[in-house]
Design a protein around this ligand. Sequence first.
Ligand SMILES: NC(=O)c1ccc[n+]([C@@H]2O[C@H](COP(=O)([O-])OP(=O)(O)OC[C@H]3O[C@@H](n4cnc5c(N)ncnc54)[C@H](O)[C@@H]3O)[C@@H](O)[C@H]2O)c1
Ligand SMILES: O=c1ccn([C@@H]2O[C@H](COP(=O)(O)OP(=O)(O)O[C@H]3O[C@H](CO)[C@@H](O)[C@H](O)[C@H]3O)[C@@H](O)[C@H]2O)c(=O)[nH]1
Length: 325
Amino acid sequence: MKLLVTGGAGYIGSVVTALLLDSGHEVVVLDDLSTGHAEAVPPGATFVQGRVQDKAAELLTPDAGFDGVLHFAAFISVGESVKQPERYWDNNVAGTLTLLSAMRSAGVRRLIFSSTGTVHGDLETLPIAEDAPVGPLNPYAASKLAVDYALDGEAAAHGLGAVSLRYFNASGALLRSDGTAYGERHDPETHLIPIVLQVAAGKREKLPLYGDDYATPDGTCVRDYIHVADLASAHLLALESVKPGERRVYNLGNGNGYSNLQVVEAVRKVTGAPVPVEIAPRRPGDIVAQVASSQRARAELGWHPQRADLHDIVSDAWDFYRRAF
Ligand SMILES: NC(=O)c1ccc[n+]([C@@H]2O[C@H](COP(=O)([O-])OP(=O)(O)OC[C@H]3O[C@@H](n4cnc5c(N)ncnc54)[C@H](O)[C@@H]3O)[C@@H](O)[C@H]2O)c1
Ligand SMILES: O=c1ccn([C@@H]2O[C@H](COP(=O)(O)OP(=O)(O)O[C@H]3O[C@H](CO)[C@@H](O)[C@H](O)[C@H]3O)[C@@H](O)[C@H]2O)c(=O)[nH]1
């Protein structure tokens, strides 16, 4: 297929692009490098630098022959979204509406959208399946849920085949036998695993651990970490199976909850470094505990995560960290 990957210079988009190219697809990456890196775009993809809002209609002409779009481009920081919600509504929602309009005009009928497990907010019952209630706790999650609703209408009214993949916590890196590697290089970094690795590497003095008095077994928040290569394989399966007019949603995680302290312990084991921790106030907008049920993705897509173990996920993230920094 000929595919447009928005946000393909970012963390997850670059990994998915690499695997799409491996599978023989032709890929055009559209990225404005607001948080991505030009050198992260895998060789073999055509790179167009620009905003989705400015370039989608220019690229997606009826004659251009695109078969589908994978839409990663978005702002992703929960804390920033609480302080500057307007940026999130503008980039994540208005930006996506521009893309949908361009796809409609060009007759492009396949879309894989990066949604998030955080649309579910804090639920008592874990693991979280797709039919669990939604209730976003911050503007970032709300912006993703708004797009999910927009896609319901686009599929029903205009025949778009649209799959929302609701990722839980993506981590790890794609490390290949030819020596190339794709991983997480956010700046500033806000995600737990790369921050703990920075402490292990001596780049930060200690980890600020946001809250140790939550109602969880050790008092720290719980997350479901999913290896980025496993996440990427779900994109390929979704892309191959989606049909015009079909609307699907999949929650993607491993079904294992790890507390923030367990993550610190895993990093200590993998790196051999002590990793000092300082308890800090709770982070506004944080969910207490999130664990995915991905039964639907396993049953309908035939998805089988290969690197579900937290040790493997942290090891790959550490390998990438040592190459990249
Ligand atoms: N990282 C996670 O754990 C996680 C979890 C759930 C969902 N997601 C979603 O997955 C997607 C990718 O996340 P990531 O971690 O790779 O983030 P990232 O910041 O590494 O990648 C996003 C990319 O999009 C680009 N971009 C942003 N706005 C753009 C625009 N308007 N036009 C063109 N390019 C634009 C950025 O430059 C960047 O390269 C995002 O939509 C995010 O919301 C991520
Ligand atoms: O320096 C830090 C950074 C994080 N945390 C904690 O670590 C946990 C995980 O935080 P983080 O890695 O920022 O992930 P989430 O807030 O769970 O959100 C991520 O995972 C979501 C899906 O679950 C995605 O939608 C978001 O884009 C992505 O940022 C939370 O309890 C944080 O408070 C710390 O204690 N100290």
